[in-house]
Design a protein around this ligand. Structure first.
Ligand SMILES: Cc1ncc(COP(=O)(O)O)c(C=O)c1O
Length: 388
């Protein structure tokens, strides 16, 4: 059987592959600590779940406009705008089942075959996949450990050109937890304007930042809102990964095109899920703050413990729930080390190259797990690495 060329580059996400292997070990009786899947370990807040359940019992189980319910888009425009210092009109908001369609459909709407798209490497694997499906040319820009995993700006300036149609940013980042500083965003924004290209700013971890900081959005810089697509959602902030609720914020004309894409693909986002989304944004936010405080405690612990393993160095990420320790001193590939850690220590982690070639030499660990499990896991990892 032959498949259309646009599918030829598609690969499974590394996280699901490692999860599959970990689960088959569990099926054979092994105890595994999971630090591979990037989702919160706590439950959806009960006020949000109850709002969804109530919506179902009230019959909110119908189609909605493909672009999303007006009442939810109004709440998103207000909340997302005030957090970023931006004036956002509800017509700019496109609701989708999870954030992913708001990555994929704007790319399909804007990228012609042969257009170059700059994106972070190591980075979320969907970026490369969607560029390739659109027929674009993926242009990876390395993230620099020495610059808190922000873009390697020298490489960026070398690679950006009039052939660039879009620049994809992700801050805080999956897989590094790095945050792009304002000064770097200013340089990227100037280049985007000089070369007349779009910016897609994946800000899905924008609420999960530490030490009282907030993450700047490139969309808030002068002249940028008309060329930026902000991608965000409920999966990480409100522990709603399985509900599938995300959104994009973009110029109205583009929102109308993306709405057509949704119309002819997913149709619309589940009605009652959107009602739960309104509750998430308008209900108490202290529960988000509490969770972020807990993540910060775990981040501090995991970074300290990883750095105490001889041969491992680990930056202190400013956001998301990932650490990306450097394991180059062991002289093995990150896949070899991740496999060894799963087989010998019973801890599931991802090799850095699951996020692109510049992730080689690193591992990605998710610390959305109990402090106790994290401590046991790092202790076991240390014992395995010391035998190398
Ligand atoms: C950087 C990044 N963007 C987007 C997504 C997708 O989010 P959703 O599950 O809401 O589609 C993820 C999920 O892991 C992510 O890490």
């Amino acid at each position: 059987m032959s498949y259309a060329r646009r599918t030829h580059h598609l690969k499974p996400e590394g996280a699901y592959q490692v999860l599959g292997r970990a689960q088959s070990l569990e099926a054979s009786g092994r105890k595994i600590i999971h630090l591979e899947i990037g989702e919160p370990d706590f439950q959806t807040f009960s006020n949000v779940s109850l709002a969804g359940i109530k919506a179902i019992t009230q019959g909110m189980t119908r189609y909605t406009p493909p672009i999303g319910m007006k009442s939810l888009r109004e709440v998103i425009a207000e909340d997302a705008g005030s957090r970023r210092g931006l004036e956002i009109h509800p017509d700019q908001v496109v609701v989708s089942p999870g954030a992913k369609p708001n990555l994929f459909f704007p790319v399909l709407s804007l990228i012609e075959p042969g257009d170059e798209v700059i994106y972070p490497n190591p980075g979320f694997p969907t970026y490369e996949a969607m560029i390739q499906v659109a027929g674009g040319i993926p242009v990876p820009v390395p993230l620099l450990e020495s610059n808190s995993f922000s873009f390697d700006l020298e490489a960026f300036h070398r690679l950006v050109s009039d052939r660039t149609r879009m620049i994809i940013l992700n801050s805080p980042s999956n897989p590094t937890g790095g945050v792009i500083p304002l000064t770097d965003l200013e340089q990227i924004a100037a280049a985007a304007q000089r070369h007349n290209c779009w910016v897609m700013s994946d800000e899905i971890y924008a609420r999960i930042v530490y030490d009282g900081r907030s993450v700047p959005s490139i969309a808030a810089l002068p002249g940028m809102s008309e060329r930026t697509i902000i991608v965000d959602g409920f999966s990480k902030t409100y522990a709603m990964t399985g509900w599938r609720l995300g959104f994009g914020i973009m110029p109205r004309d583009l929102a109308n095109v993306v709405q057509l894409m949704l119309t002819h693909s997913v149709g619309s986002t589940a009605h009652f899920v959107q009602v739960a989304g309104i509750e998430a944004l308008t209900g108490p936010q202290e529960q988000v703050d509490r969770v972020v405080t807990e993540y910060q405690r775990r981040r501090d612990a995991i970074v300290a413990e990883l750095n105490a393993i001889p041969g491992v160095t680990c930056q202190r990420p400013e956001g998301a729930f990932y650490v990306f320790p450097n394991i180059q001193s062991f002289g093995r590939t990150s896949s070899e080390i991740a496999n060894l850690i799963l087989d010998e220590a019973g801890v599931a982690v991802l090799p850095g190259d699951a996020f692109g070639e510049y992730g080689e030499g690193y591992l990605r660990l998710v610390y959305s797990n109990s402090l106790e499990n994290i401590q046991i896991a790092i202790d076991k990892i240390g014992k395995v690495l010391q035998l190398l």
